[in-house]
Design a protein around this ligand. Sequence first.
Ligand SMILES: [Zn+2]
Length: 117
Amino acid sequence: MTKDSKVVHDETLHELIKAGLQIKEPLFIEKIIFSSDEGEVHVHIDFRPNAKFACSECSKEGLSASGTDNKTWQHLNFFQYTCFIHMNAPKTKCPECGVRTWIPLWAREHSGFTMMP
Ligand SMILES: [Zn+2]
């Protein structure tokens, strides 16, 4: 964050990013921070309480989040900006696979996003 960073409230931009990242319920955009001097967009994603997720291993549906894993993904060419997605990704407890971190759509193959270490 620099002095040039600002929280974006523009609804159109929110809709655009929501569509671009395919953000759907139970996920939502918590906030978008735009830094024009650094050429960065930071999108913070959260999920609704009591949301259900599928196991990332066996795809079993309807699992509750038990804890979260703080993750950041980066896209190098999101319009002309470097886009960072920040999310406390839910961890699911699957009866078959145990605890797994849920994998959002933008983190899957060919999305253009890479996870930051
Ligand atoms: Zn499973």
